[in-house]
Design a protein around this ligand. Structure first.
Ligand SMILES: NC(=O)c1ccc[n+]([C@@H]2O[C@H](COP(=O)([O-])OP(=O)(O)OC[C@H]3O[C@@H](n4cnc5c(N)ncnc54)[C@H](O)[C@@H]3O)[C@@H](O)[C@H]2O)c1
Ligand SMILES: O=C(O)C(=O)C[C@]1(C(=O)O)C=C[C@@H](O)C=C1
Length: 362
């Protein structure tokens, strides 16, 4: 692939454009909001000038409700040899496109399973998709060359291609993405009117559970509106668990010994099923989850501290597999947890101590 157009230069469009531009593809950026395209261009994602001829690939990265119209327009103009969208739902946009009478041979629906709670080009990064699944939903009508160009896009973004039928995709993401968004929002909503004295105790647990509650409601109304049935099915399973858990907790409050035993069993059951589900969440690059060891380092809240730790880990030849940062409320300090292969933990610990970092005992 030598040339591409990105339509919709927000978080996802600009991240894909940065990855492609970084690997030598000439990328043309377009957005309804010219400031978004200009910002993406200033980040090095490409040019906001229109292409002179047909490009190899057009990437439609606009909100789900606008995908079919943007695709129909681009296909009608013969903008590219192949067209992909990246919307979080796949069945609806395809059906809308077919209803518009568009020839879908040059189109393939795709969805990178990577994102963030923040939107817009300034949140974009070239490595957003690295190691993440990227769903492709070809149909019998999809041209081979089009599938190859979509696979090339996934490879250039260093993602992992997963081929899946559009409706199967929508049922799967109802479980692993759309319902978690709602549950996160519901937990966070409890905080809206909570006492300040409670909110200031927020630790890492609630930060983990509510990170995605900061997502854009307009985007999520569109996503959920395009996948209501499968999400309602998953949520009603959670509602049944909630009801049983409430009953179990009421049992624990009871004066009756047998009720209390049933309560304990009910709570243990939901926690154990949670452990079993969590164990199935894949690790990096889709591999089975690995157990890492954590090296926890205190940092002061100053620019460049993280970069310095990473550079010091690099000097020790240690690969950091994952990172978490805990900020203590009201303090100019934080704790960085570096997840590394167990055999690398002593090496990293010695290196960081030697370079003057203060480490927390695990
Ligand atoms: N945010 C995520 O985590 C995530 C992850 C994977 C896929 N997606 C999907 O990617 C798509 C884009 O999401 P995002 O998070 O980048 O949103 P975003 O809000 O960051 O960017 C969307 C951009 O599209 C532009 N736009 C809207 N309508 C347009 C049109 N008709 N023509 C040209 N530009 C138009 C907007 O001005 C905006 O700049 C959505 O379909 C979303 O479902 C999002
Ligand atoms: O915020 C994140 O971390 C995400 O990855 C967002 C997430 C997800 O649920 O996994 C959200 C919606 C997208 O369609 C894909 C990715």
């Amino acid at each position: 692939m030598r040339t591409a157009v990105v339509i919709g230069t927000g978080l996802i469009g600009t991240s894909a454009a940065l990855a492609l531009a970084g690997r030598g593809v000439t990328v043309h950026l377009h957005d309804n909001d010219p400031a978004a395209a200009r910002t993406a261009a200033s980040l090095g994602a490409g040019t906001y000038e229109a292409p002179e001829g047909q490009v190899d690939l057009a990437i439609i990265a606009v909100p789900p409700a606008h995908v079919a119209a943007a695709l129909a327009d681009a296909i009608g103009r013969g903008l590219a040899r192949a067209y992909v969208d990246v919307a979080s739902v796949k069945g609806g946009p395809r059906r809308e496109l077919e209803a518009l009478g568009v020839d879908v041979g040059a189109y393939i629906g795709t969805h990178p399973m990577a994102g963030k709670e923040s939107s817009g080009p300034l949140a974009a990064t070239a490595d957003l998709f690295e190691g993440r699944p990227w769903v492709l939903s070809p149909t019998r009508e999809t041209d081979h060359e089009v599938l190859n160009l979509a696979l090339e896009l996934v490879a250039l973004c260093r993602a992992v291609p997963v081929v899946m039928d559009a409706d199967a995709h929508d049922r799967a993401v109802a479980l692993v993405s759309h319902t978690p968004q709602l549950v996160s929002s519901m937990v966070a909503a409890r905080l809206e009117e909570a006492e300040e004295s409670a909110v200031r105790l927020c630790g890492q647990g609630i930060r983990d559970v509510t990170r995605i509650a900061a997502s854009d409601p307009r985007m999520w109304v569109e996503i959920l509106s395009a996948n209501p049935g499968p999400v309602a099915d998953v949520l009603s399973g959670i509602a049944a668990d909630l009801e049983e858990t409430v009953q179990a907790l009421r049992g624990l409050q009871s004066g009756d010994e047998a009720e209390r035993r049933r309560g304990t069993k009910g709570i243990e059951d939901v926690l154990r099923r949670g452990n079993a589900g969590r164990d199935r969440v894949p690790g990096k690059h889709g591999a089975a989850p690995t157990s890492y060891e954590t090296v926890a380092v205190f940092i002061s809240d100053q620019p460049g501290e993280l970069a310095r730790i990473f550079a010091d880990a690099g000097h020790a030849g240690v690969n950091i597999e994952d990172v978490r940062i805990e900020h203590a409320t009201g303090q100019q300090a934080g704790l960085v947890q570096l997840m590394v292969e167990p055999r690398s933990a002593p090496v990293l610990t010695a290196e960081l101590r030697g370079r003057g970092w203060s480490l927390r005992k695990q």
